[in-house]
Design a protein. Structure first.
Ligand code: ADP
Length: 626
C-alpha cells in the first residue's frame, strides 16, 4: 500500500486547497478576466490587412442638413443612388425599415434599392424575442439577405466583445447582418453548419452552436492619432462631393447612423475606454473579423482546468522539493509564467481566462511556502529533541556498560594479582562470563533497535503456534518471577497460528513478561491470556504492579523513556525494550493496547492478524513434506 508521509499529505492538501479556491475564484473573477481581455486587446496589435468595408454614415451634420429623421428614407435613397454606380460589392443597411413611412419617400428609396445588386437588410427581435420585425415587403424583395442586428454586450460592463452570429425565435433562425454581408461578399450560396463551426466558401468560422455561434469581434485598432481605422463618408460629404462615391467601389458598404443623438444603438468596445461605438460600426467590425480570418477562440474549459491544476502542482512541487533562494526564484518564475500565459496565448489567437490561473499559481505558492516554513520549523524542533534524546541515551549506555565492565575489570585483576583457590577462581570466571554475556546482550538489543527503525532488518516468514510461543517465553521469564515470588498464570490458549519472525516475537512477549515482573511487588500474580477476536489474536500480559498514569502510558514506547516510579523502584532498565516491542508488533501488521492505573497494575495487549487455522497448517506441513 502507498504510505504517504505527513509532509506529502500536507503538500497535497495545499495543492487541493489552492486548486479548489482558484476554481471558485475563476467563477467570481469574470470582471477581472474581461478587464484583462480588454487590456490585451489594446496592447497586442496583430498584423491586419486593409479594411474591405467602408462606412456610409448619417452623422450630426448630415441629420441637420436633411432636416431630421423624418426624411431619413429620402436621404437614404439619394445616398444609395449616388453610390450605386461605383459599384459597391455589397450594401448593408443598419436602418430598420419596418414602419409604414411616407409613401412618396418609400417609392424613392425602393427605386434606389433596386439598383443595388447585393443588398442586406436588418431585422430585429421584438415582443420579448417572440417575433422578427422585418423590413416592409416592398424593400425586402430587393434584398438578397436579411440579418439580425443584435449585439451581446458583457452583462456587467456593457462592453461589446462578442456577437452571436445566430439568433432565433421559436420558429425562425436568422444569421447576423455582418455574416450575411460576408457570405454575399464571398459569393457563397449558403452558410454550412456544423456543431463547432460555420463554413462560408473556404473560410471556417469557429463559432459553436452551443454558444449561439458567438464570435469574438476583432475590432480594428484605432490608428495612433486616434482616428478610426475604418474609412467613412457621411451623407453630407457625399452630397457635397458625389465623386466620393468611387471610394465605395468593390467595397462592402455599411450604412447607418452615427449621430451622438442616436444613443440606443451604441456600445463600448475594448478599445473605446468609455467612448461608445455606433452599432453600424460594430457590424462593420464583425464583418472585418470574418474577412480577416484571424479568429479569437476561447480555450476549452478542460484545458483551463488542466492548466490551473498544473500551475498549482508546480507551485507546490517547488516548495516540496526545493528551499531557500532556489525555491523563491522558481516561485517568482512560475508566477511570472502564470501572469504571462494568457497574453502569450492571446497573441496566438486563444483567449484564456486570467484570474483562475493567476490565483491558482499565487495560492499554491503562498500556501506551499507557508507550509514549508511551518514544516521546516517543526522538523528542526524534532531534530533538536532527537539529538537531546540521543545524547541522553549515550550517557545512559555508557553508564550501563560501566557496571559490567567494572565487574569484569575488577575480577580479572583479582585473578591476576592474588593466588586464589580453585573454587574462588571458578566463581570469578563465572562472574566474568555472565557479565560479558550481559554486555553482549545489551549491545545486540541496542543494535537491533537501530536496525529495525532504519528498516534494515528483514522479517523472517515462519508459521508458528501461539500454544508454543507463550509457554516458551513464560519458561524463560519464570526464574526472574520466582526470585520475587511472583506467580505466572497462563490461561488456556486458543489454537491459532501466526506468521512472522518467531525469535523477534518471543523477544517481544518475553519483554512484556519481564516488565510485568520487574514493575510488580513481590508475591503478586502475572496473568497471560489469549483470545481470538474475528481475524485477530489478542494476547495480553496483566500484572498487579505499580501501574502508570495516562500521560506516562503515552510515552512508554519512546526510546529511553522510563517512568519516575520505575526509576525509583530500582528495576528500570534502559527504557528501549518497549520501543523494540512496538516495532516488532507493527512490522507484523499488529498494534499494542495498554490499560494501566497507578498502583493498580497494567495490562499490555498485543493484537496481531491470524495466520492460518490448524487445518490449513496441517495442509501446509503436508505440502512441505511432499
Ligand atoms: P525498561 O528497560 O526500562 O523496562 P521498557 O521500554 O521495557 O524499558 O519500558 C519503558 C518504561 O515503561 C519502563 O521504564 C517503565 O517505566 C514502564 N513500564 C513498562 N512496563 C511496565 C509495567 N508492566 N508496569 C509499569 N510500568 C511499566
Amino acid at each position: 500500500m502507498l504510505r504517504l508521509s505527513r509532509q506529502t499529505i500536507g503538500y497535497l492538501s495545499v495543492l487541493a486547497g489552492s486548486f479548489v479556491l482558484a476554481m471558485l475564484a475563476g467563477w467570481l473573477g469574470t470582471p477581472i478576466d474581461n478587464n484583462a481581455y480588454d487590456w490585451m486587446f489594446r496592447f497586442y496589435r496583430p498584423q491586419l490587412q486593409a479594411p474591405q468595408s467602408i462606412l456610409l454614415t448619417i452623422d450630426e451634420a448630415s441629420l441637420l442638413e436633411m432636416g431630421g429623421r423624418a426624411h431619413l428614407r429620402r436621404a437614404l435613397g439619394q445616398a444609395l443612388d449616388r453610390i450605386a454606380a461605383a459599384p459597391p460589392k455589397v450594401v448593408v443597411l443598419d436602418i430598420i425599415l419596418a414602419d409604414e413611412g411616407d409613401p412618396a419617400e418609400n417609392g424613392e428609396l425602393e427605386a434606389a434599392l433596386r439598383k443595388i445588386s447585393k443588398l442586406v437588410l436588418p431585422c430585429e427581435l421584438i415582443e420579448d424575442g417572440q417575433r422578427w420585425e422585418d423590413p416592409l415587403d416592398r424593400f425586402r424583395r430587393w434584398a438578397q439577405a436579411v440579418g439580425h442586428v443584435h449585439g451581446d454586450p458583457g452583462p456587467g460592463d456593457g462592453v461589446s466583445r462578442i456577437l452571436p452570429l445566430e439568433k432565433a425565435t421559436e420558429r425562425e433562425r436568422r444569421w447576423a447582418l455582418a455574416l450575411e454581408a460576408f457570405r454575399l461578399s464571398r459569393g457563397a450560396a449558403a452558410i454550412v453548419e456544423s456543431p463547432e463551426s460555420l463554413q462560408v466558401g473556404d473560410i471556417r468560422i469557429p463559432a459553436r452552436r452551443s454558444d449561439s455561434r458567438a464570435l469574438r469581434i476583432r475590432y480594428l485598432p484605432p490608428s495612433p492619432e486616434g482616428a478610426f481605422p475604418l474609412p467613412r463618408i457621411s451623407f453630407k460629404q457625399l452630397r457635397a462631393d458625389p465623386g466620393l462615391a468611387a471610394r465605395c467601389r468593390d467595397k462592402v458598404v455599411f450604412v447607418g447612423e452615427t449621430a451622438q443623438t442616436e444613443l440606443r444603438d451604441r456600445l463600448m468596445t475594448p478599445y473605446s475606454h468609455g467612448l461608445y461605438m455606433p452599432g453600424v460600426e460594430i457590424h462593420a467590425n464583425v464583418f472585418e473579423t470574418l474577412a480577416q480570418g484571424q479568429f479569437l477562440v476561447s480555450a476549452p474549459e478542460l484545458a483551463v482546468v488542466a492548466a490551473c491544476l498544473a500551475l498549482a502542482a508546480c507551485g507546490v512541487m517547488i516548495f516540496a522539493l526545493r528551499s531557500g533562494w532556489q525555491a523563491y526564484t522558481l516561485a517568482v518564475l512560475l508566477l511570472a509564467a502564470a501572469h504571462l500565459l494568457p497574453y502569450a496565448l492571446f497573441t496566438n489567437h486563444i483567449v484564456f481566462p486570467y484570474f483562475a490561473p493567476v490565483s491558482s499559481a499565487w495560492l499554491s505558492v503562498v500556501g506551499a511556502a507557508a507550509f514549508q516554513f511551518v514544516a521546516v520549523r517543526r522538523q528542526l524542533r524534532r531534530a533538536e529533541a532527537e539529538r537531546a534524546r540521543y545524547q541522553q541515551a549515550m550517557h545512559f549506555v555508557a553508564h550501563e556498560m560501566r557496571t559490567p565492565l567494572t565487574a569484569i575489570q575488577g575480577s580479572s585483576e583479582l585473578m591476576g594479582r592474588y593466588n586464589l583457590s580453585e573454587e574462588k577462581r571458578r566463581q570469578i570466571a563465572e562472574l566474568i562470563n555472565t557479565e560479558s554475556k550481559r554486555l553482549a546482550r545489551m549491545i545486540t538489543t541496542f543494535l537491533n533497535v537501530e536496525r529495525l527503525s532504519a528498516g534494515e532488518m528483514e522479517l523472517k516468514q515462519e508459521v508458528f503456534q501461539v500454544q508454543e510461543l507463550v509457554p516458551a517465553c513464560v519458561e524463560r521469564a519464570r526464574p526472574l518471577a520466582e526470585h520475587k515470588q511472583i506467580r505466572i498464570l497462563v490461561e488456556p490458549l486458543p489454537e491459532a497460528a501466526l506468521t512472522g519472525d518467531r525469535e523477534l516475537m518471543e523477544y517481544a512477549l518475553y519483554n512484556l513478561l519481564t516488565n510485568a515482573v520487574k514493575y510488580s511487588p513481590a508475591e503478586t500474580q502475572v496473568t497471560v491470556l489469549a483470545s481470538a477476536d474475528g481475524d485477530r489474536l489478542r494476547l495480553s500480559v496483566r500484572d498487579q504492579g505499580i501501574g502508570m498514569d495516562r500521560q506516562e502510558v503515552r510515552k512508554i514506547f519512546q526510546k529511553f523513556y522510563r517512568t519516575r516510579k520505575a526509576e525509583a523502584s530500582g528495576e528500570a532498565g534502559s527504557g528501549i525494550g518497549l520501543s523494540i516491542v512496538e516495532q516488532i508488533v507493527t512490522h507484523h501488521g499488529g498494534r499494542i493496547e495498554v490499560a494501566s492505573e497507578p498502583g493498580k497494575g497494567s495490562c499490555f495487549t498485543v493484537i496481531l492478524p491470524f495466520s492460518q487455522s490448524r487445518q490449513d497448517l496441517a495442509k501446509l506441513a503436508k505440502e512441505q513434506t511432499e
